[in-house]
Design a protein around this ligand. Structure first.
Ligand code: BTN
Length: 330
């Protein structure tokens, strides 16, 4: 009995496979092949059939635990207790919450080819079709002695940007607090979920979504300017390498936060896409604050300057005014 993963692994190279080859390699008859290819289409994959057989419209580098681990550093590999790779899951963050509920400890990671209920910040959905994007989460436990986690979400944004830098393809900026952007178009985001355990500290689940290949027809629900790495670089993204570098950078940052918390503020400043720009900050209650962005403070709060002086803001959604271009030209 095969599942759709086996069919996807066979088709991943983008070549045409005649039905006879599939029958021989996977033991699938015509009805089974139809059923499994329908399931792959439901995941968002584009499958073509013609007299030559069946193929994936675009070749796909499938997520592979060994290749992901190989792209990490030796130290970060040692920090990780378990790595789950799924074809489909509701949300990689939700999956790690279930893992922690069962196992109570350890640093775990989860990646999936697609999510059926991907979560974004501000209660939004995160568009998560199969076919090339990265959906990745990592969990970490902070013992009770580590009290100040302010700035963690910015530090993890810096880590995610550094992971894309490791591919040496394109410079990534950060839009406060942790949107990954390129020329003011969002390419990814970070969702941090915290849960305290009585007398035992705090579990953090950090989820990162990166648009590596997002077809326009699947991005209809996104309500802001977006892009993907393939559009920016003109080439397919090495997904296992990116997932491995993401895990490496996130784990090293989480490990550092347990210690001296070094460096994230300066690193954020170097990538700050809003600094010195005219912005509007919209609070969760809908109230709006206008002014010029003046970087961040030591707790990761956004500094906003206007006639009333400089104020710091912990929450809200910041948008650069479209009539004022990004001075860095990024
Ligand atoms: C944002 O809104 O900018 C944050 C998006 C975070 C999406 C990622 S995808 C992997 C992980 N699982 C989820 O359900 N959400 C995060």
């Amino acid at each position: 009995m095969i599942n759709e993963s086996a069919l996807l692994s066979l088709l991943a190279d983008g070549s045409y496979y005649p039905h006879s080859t599939i029958a021989q390699r996977l033991g699938l008859d015509a009805h089974g092949l139809q059923q499994h290819s329908a399931q792959l289409r439901e995941l968002g994959l584009v499958i073509e059939t013609d007299p030559r057989g069946i193929r994936l419209q675009r070749p796909l580098e499938l997520l592979d635990p060994q290749r992901i681990r190989a792209a990490m550093g030796e130290h970060s590999r040692g920090l990780l207790d378990g790595l789950q790779v799924h074809l489909q899951i509701d949300s990689t963050n939700a999956q790690l919450r279930r893992t922690l509920d069962q196992q109570h400890s350890g640093n775990h990671a989860c990646v999936s080819e697609t999510q059926t209920a991907g979560r974004g910040r501000h209660g939004r959905r995160w568009t998560s079709p199969a076919g090339g994007n990265i959906y990745l989460s990592v969990s970490w436990h902070f013992p009770t002695e580590v009290r100040d986690l302010s700035g963690l979400s910015l530090a993890l944004g810096v880590a995610a940007a550094a992971a894309i830098d490791d591919l040496e393809t394109t410079p990534i900026q950060l839009k406060w607090p942790n949107d990954l952007v390129c020329r003011d178009h969002k390419v990814g985001g970070v969702l941090i979920e915290l849960q305290g355990r009585p007398q035992q500290g705090i579990d953090v689940i950090a989820g990162v979504g990166i648009n590596t290949r997002l077809p326009a027809e699947q991005a209809g629900a996104i309500d802001q300017a977006w892009t993907d790495l393939e559009r920016i670089t003109g080439k397919p993204t090495p997904r296992n390498r990116l997932a491995g570098r993401l895990l490496h950078q996130l784990l090293e940052t989480l490990d550092g936060f347990s210690g001296d918390q070094s460096g994230w503020q300066q690193q954020f400043a170097r990538r700050d896409a809003l600094n010195a720009r005219a912005i509007t900050l919209t609070y969760p209650d809908g109230s709006r604050h206008h002014g010029t962005a003046r970087g961040i403070d030591q707790h990761g709060a956004l500094l906003l300057e206007n006639d009333a002086g400089i104020s710091s803001h912990q929450a809200g959604e910041a948008r650069a005014r479209p009539d004022r271009p990004n001075p860095a030209g990024l």
